[in-house]
Design a protein around this ligand. Structure first.
Ligand code: ZN
Length: 596
């Protein structure tokens, strides 16, 4: 039995090495801080320069190892156990009911270990950057402590505005590319660039006029607009190798470099090169991923000669989603498979088995093929409606099941993309960020428990209503498909369901009317209902414009900056006023800002 604290007393001291990294020292202070908040018992933290005065919580490795035989043996065993695990793996282990060792394979892993320990000790949870909870405890005790933990996915990213808050990311074990994870938080695997990059590698504006042969040939003609690269052209290969090497030279701290097809917003027709040579490779491979993987492998081989620790990322997206049959990705190539064509109303395995040959089944087949040919398969998944950020997008149950599915298919990294605009706050963004993070730590967590603990903490007295509201849409969507670009004329939005939703959310608001901060959170959820409601009103409805003005006022109060993906608020307001279901978006243009 280990008794860490008992009624304001503790026999323990927290200890790090005098020369511990900034991250390990931060881990120790976090441990002391939250244990104090929970128990009001202050456990002293000092370095191993001080001599051992009693029981200790040892964070990371320290000089106790050098002269205490028992501690040395315990550490040796721990490092032996950690040896076969990832850089982020950690162990929490007691020595004979006395000292506790908390250590990981890297400083960040040690910080993760501390947060994991706090979960066990005081039920510590970080739900959003401004909502953390823990139990108030008089006694913290354990029957025994022996935890060996490694992450099911090596790359974990909740791609939501609020989830990039560094404190939230770190406390939720997200090693996000876009979160600001400094050395204090253990850093991260840095990506130099993250997505579509062909036109960064060879820009058509710079090269097309002199070298049209570098770009896609469609119907016998080289194209400059909405183009990709001619991947069988040897000059293209040379230029790209040179450019990637330059990127690496200029950014030595980065590990992953993207060599990936372009995306031209709104253009989903033929873009990949169909010249004789490219076509031949693609035909041999039964997919346009054939020329991409062949090309990216050549880049990866060249880079590997000089930089064996660097990785090259590419997409399996839209025209390249189907895996090639004749070539497999090199070991230092990350393939990121995107499921943008799928439906999110039901888990992929359910919808695939119900509708063989349908779009979800086809995706599952592609997932299967890719997973058989690479150990570096990542997934780019989606969790919001991009045409209507606020419109209820009930994908929570399917998301939980799909993450389990990805794990079963040996996927190594997941990015869950939600509303990433400056102001964020799409439909239940905060809840989805939290659930994503938890399931990327452990896909077997009970979804209903996660929803409940989040809603109780974040929405307080409104929690049962918010859960009722989200279940209303999760149930309503099941008979239908759910796409990323549906409008409010989707069949789940019936007048009856909207009436129910309105009643539930009015009760929710009522329940927290005296708590300003919580009211604001519930009001954000209310806006998802309000958006569906007003966009469905016929244009000649009396006071429709006034309702839209009222809605927009609330949107601004919430700090929301976008209603449609990458679209100015003014443009969106105009659409709402002039088009039922916000359908007509004439002269729409993308604010294609850079995500860094
Ligand atoms: Zn070509």
């Amino acid at each position: 039995m280990i008794i860490l604290t008992n009624n304001l007393n503790s026999d323990y001291h927290i200890v790090t090495n005098t020369n511990a990294s900034e991250c390990e020292r931060f881990a120790a202070t976090e441990l002391a801080k939250y244990l104090y908040k929970s128990t009001l018992c202050s456990i002293p933290y000092f370095s191993d320069k001080c001599k051992k005065r009693g029981k200790e919580i040892l964070i990371g490795k320290n000089s106790r190892y050098d002269y205490n035989e028992q501690i040395k043996n315990a550490y040796d065993k721990i490092y032996n156990d950690l040896n076969s695990l990832s850089d982020e793996a950690f162990i929490i282990r007691e020595i004979d009911n006395e000292d506790i060792i908390i250590v990981g394979n890297s400083p960040r892993a040690t910080l993760y270990a501390v947060y994991h320990f706090l979960e066990l000790a005081i039920n510590f949870k970080c739900f959003t950057f401004d909502c953390e909870k823990w139990d108030e405890k008089e006694i913290i005790m354990f029957d025994s402590l022996d935890i060996v933990f490694d992450f099911p996915f090596e790359y974990r990213e909740a791609y939501f505005t609020d989830a990039w808050n560094s404190s939230f990311a770190s406390k939720n074990y997200l090693n996000s590319n876009l979160a600001d994870l400094s050395n204090k938080l253990g850093g991260k695997t840095k990506w130099y660039n993250f997505h579509h990059s062909f036109s960064d590698l060879i820009n058509p504006n710079e090269y097309f006029d002199s070298h049209p042969e570098y770009f896609s040939m469609i119907d016998g003609k080289r194209i400059k607009e909405h183009t990709e690269l001619c991947l069988s052209n040897p000059d293209v290969l040379n230029i790209v190798v040179k450019k990637v090497k330059q990127w690496i030279k200029d950014n030595p701290e980065c590990k992953v470099f993207s060599v990936a097809q372009d995306e031209w917003m709104g253009h989903f027709t033929r873009m990949a090169c169909e010249c004789e040579n490219c076509k031949k490779i693609d035909e041999e491979n039964g997919s346009q991923s054939g020329s991409i993987i062949s090309f990216v492998n050549k880049i990866a081989k060249e880079i590997n000669k000089e930089y064996p620790d660097k990785l090259i990322h590419t997409f399996a997206y839209q025209f390249s989603r189907k895996a090639p049959t004749n070539v497999i990705p090199d070991k230092n190539v990350i393939v990121r498979l995107c499921n943008i064509e799928c439906s999110w109303s039901n888990p992929l395995r359910v919808s695939a088995s119900k509708n063989p040959g349908g779009r979800d089944d086809l995706f599952l087949q592609d997932l299967h093929s890719w997973s058989n040919m690479t150990n570096r398969l990542y997934i780019w998944d989606y969790a919001v409606n991009y045409r209507n950020y606020l419109l209820p997008f009930p994908n929570i149950r399917s998301m939980a099941d799909n993450i389990k599915l990805y794990k079963a298919y040996n996927v190594k990294g997941i990015l869950m993309e939600g509303n990433f605009s400056q102001g964020g706050k799409g439909y239940l963004d905060e809840l989805k960020s939290y659930i994503t993070a938890r399931l990327l730590k452990n896909p077997n967590y009970d979804l209903n428990e996660l929803i409940k603990e989040f809603c109780n903490a974040y929405y307080e007295d409104a929690s049962p209503y918010i859960i009722e509201y989200l279940n209303l849409w999760e149930d309503a969507v099941k008979p239908y498909e759910l796409w990323l670009y549906d409008d409010s004329d989707h069949p789940m939005f019936t007048d009856e369901n909207l009436d129910k939703a309105g009643k539930i959310l009015n009760q929710a608001l009522q329940a927290v009317k005296n708590k300003k901060e919580i009211f604001k959170r519930v009001n954000n959820v209310f806006l998802s209902y309000y958006y569906a409601k007003i966009t469905r009103l016929p244009l000649d409805t009396k006071y429709r414009n006034e309702m839209i003005d009222d809605f927009i006022m609330q949107v601004r109060t919430q700090g929301i900056t976008e209603l449609f993906e990458r679209t100015s608020l003014d443009f969106s307001i105009n659409v709402l006023k002039n088009s039922r279901y916000a359908k007509e978006r004439k002269d729409w243009y993308s604010l294609y800002y850079i995500m860094k």
